[in-house]
Ligand binder design. Structure first.
Ligand code: DGT
Ligand code: CA
Ligand code: CA
Ligand code: ZN
Length: 578
């Protein structure tokens, strides 16, 4: 039992109690507990194993929660949760998860309108019944309808970073089988899609039962949904499905190619094969002569492609976008790699809402082999994060000057700011302050529901400000949680290019903003992309790889990304901005 699952359980209990209008203090106790547990670096299961009485020494964990943790760890379930689930229709849980709703609003919808599932909620919204309820303004009906779509999608797909965590655990678990000769993950995971629907694992082994038996003992397994001769499917507690296929060695490359997809890429590939009198499937590439089929390749993926006269496309490019055109003309771009990045140009410190100090962030960036960073704390408008006013930001920059003097030439800290673009337009800090910065990110955090023309004006205005360097998370979307704000990105890109500015690819796995499609568009406009983490902690600096994956899906090379340059070259690039 992982800490995350225990925390999820407590949150679920809190949701259900709140739905039943239970005592708010009780609800809060579970929520606090869940939060404490998520921030814990030590595994609760270990504490329970060593000495359960230690649990109550954790902040926010009282006697009651400690007992529940012990029960969860030792039995895997909690009778209280099962009882609560019996009292509440399961589909009501979906309603609570609609962004903007929650247990309390779900309870009102249930009591007043008898709404028990998402379909009924959608109908009630369309019929205009919801806005008549107390606490539901007219404006929220559209918000709820949008939220239903997001919730429906979110139920099905998980973030790539989450899939990666699970996938690595699955590989590690299966590696215990001595009979494994080869093993790879395929599907959308391998293509680096920002969200993953299910995981696809391929294995070569002479001992299929061994692999399948081992697969059925995965720690978070909920149920086995299918077991055939070569294919097995399971579901995890989280709802994620994992497909396992055991294939013969001579087909491994062909299977890897086939199950990596995408489906559209494979459709094009099959068409090309047919034109050459060949046949391609998950078993190999075959020469077809009437009834006769001769095996040509299949053991290695690269040979499968080579037999069709094609390069071995990096999985990130296999979306039937431009990859076949590239292969037929100038060749594939040499995609950017994590090691190409020399700096990280978006991060926060304890001066605002970061968890680590300036010095700690610098040390962590050095440890990760970077040559430079920009410290970009929030500006004053972001009151919730104690955003910096002119006095405080100048104080931080002074500190950075001193730090740089002690660091020598090997590492540079740029004096930056993540400056809000105000709701009414204009920057959140005066020009004379921004002029003293090395690196100014401009961000839309507030007023995201404004009409497109207004948001366009705000961003264009920021790009026209001579001190602004780049637009951070340019669309504001949060994957599975919040749609992008309305903005004309073509206009933004033309303006960005005209002023020699840059656009960010925010590498936070929840943002990945700009996405792959927009990054490719930015490249066509000749706009350099900056891949930055937006780290709010030392660990946050490890997110660069998610950004690199998205950049690769956009076909970006080292040259297309500004922070592959040396710090001096980067300064030259932004010196040309106007
Ligand atoms: P996902 O799981 O929704 O994130 O996306 P994928 O791409 O991983 O899709 P999935 O798991 O259904 O199948 C894995 C790959 O297998 C897919 O990308 C292409 C291949 N594949 C599966 N079914 C078909 C099919 O009916 N036709 C073709 N051409 N390829 C298929
Ligand atoms: Ca898949
Ligand atoms: Ca699958
Ligand atoms: Zn930020």
């Amino acid at each position: 039992m992982t800490n995350d699952r225990i925390a999820d359980t407590f949150d679920q209990i809190a949701d259900l109690l709140e739905f039943q209008s239970a005592n708010p203090f009780r609800v809060r106790a579970y929520r606090n507990g869940a939060r404490v547990i998520r921030d814990l670096s030590e595994q609760l299961a270990t504490i329970v194993g060593d000495d359960p009485s230690q649990l109550t020494s954790l902040d926010g964990i009282g006697k009651d929660l400690a007992e529940k943790i012990t029960t969860l760890v030792s039995t895997g379930e909690l009778s209280q949760l099962n009882e609560l689930l019996d009292q509440v229709p399961a589909t009501v849980l979906d309603i609570m998860r609609v962004p903007g709703l929650g247990p309390k609003k779900a309870a009102v919808l249930f009591k007043e309108l008898g709404i028990q599932n998402l379909d009924q909620l959608r109908e009630a919204c369309l019929a205009g019944k919801v806005k008549e309820l107390k606490g539901f303004a007219a404006k929220t009906e559209q918000t709820i309808l949008n939220g239903i779509e997001i919730a429906a999608a979110a139920n099905q797909r998980i973030l790539w970073a989450e899939a990666d965590r699970i996938a690595q655990g699955v590989l590690e678990h299966l590696r215990a089988c001595p009979s494994i000769e080869q093993m790879e993950l395929a599907g959308s995971y391998r293509r680096g899609r920002e969200t993953v629907g299910d995981l696809d694992v391929l294995v070569v082994s002479q001992n299929v039962p061994e692999i399948m038996d081992r697969f059925s003992t995965l720690p978070d397994l909920e149920s086995i949904t299918g077991r055939g001769e070569t294919k097995m499917s399971i579901r995890l507690h989280t709802g994620l499905q994992i497909d396992l296929r055991v294939v013969p060695a001579e087909s491994f490359g062909a299977a890897l190619q086939y199950f990596t997809g995408s489906k559209d890429h494979n459709v094009t590939l099959r068409g090309m094969a047919r034109q050459q009198g060949l046949k391609i499937n998950e078993y190999g590439v075959f020469q077809v002569d009437g009834e006769q089929e001769t095996y040509l390749a299949g053991e290695r993926e690269a040979d499968v492609y080579a037999t069709l006269g094609l390069p071995c496309f990096p999985p990130e490019l296999r979306e039937a976008r431009e990859e076949f055109d590239w292969a037929a003309s100038a060749g594939l771009p040499t995609l950017i790699e994590l090691g190409d990045l020399r700096g990280d140009l978006h991060m926060h410190t304890t001066a605002t809402d970061g968890k680590a100090s300036l010095q700690e962030m610098v040390a962590a960036a050095q440890q990760r082999g970077l040559n430079y960073i920009a410290i970009t704390d929030h500006s004053q408008r972001v009151t919730m994060a104690r955003g910096l006013d002119p006095r405080r930001v100048r104080q931080q920059w002074q500190e950075i000057d001193q730090l740089n003097a002690s660091l020598g030439d090997a590492f540079t800290v740029l004096k930056g700011i993540e400056c809000d673009i105000l709701e009414k337009g204009g920057m959140d800090l005066p020009d004379d302050v921004l002029a003293e910065a090395d690196w100014v990110l401009a961000s839309v955090h507030y007023g995201q529901n404004q009409p497109q023309s207004q948001i366009n004006d705000r961003i264009v205005g920021a790009l026209e400000n001579p001190h602004v360097t780049a637009i951070a998370h340019p669309t504001g979307r949060l994957i599975n949680r919040r749609e992008a704000y309305e903005v004309d990105l073509e206009l933004v890109m033309r303006t960005t290019k005209a002023h020699g500015k840059l656009l960010e690819l925010n590498a936070n796995p929840l943002r990945l903003d700009l996405n792959d499609v927009y990054c490719a568009a930015a490249k066509r406009h000749g706009i350099p992309i900056v891949i930055s983490t937006d780290a709010h902690s030392v660990d946050g600096l490890d997110c660069l790889r998610y950004g690199v994956l998205q950049a690769r899906r956009a076909g970006l090379t080292k040259q297309d990304v500004a922070n592959t340059r040396t710090c001096r070259q980067l300064r030259q690039l932004i010196a040309g901005q106007g």
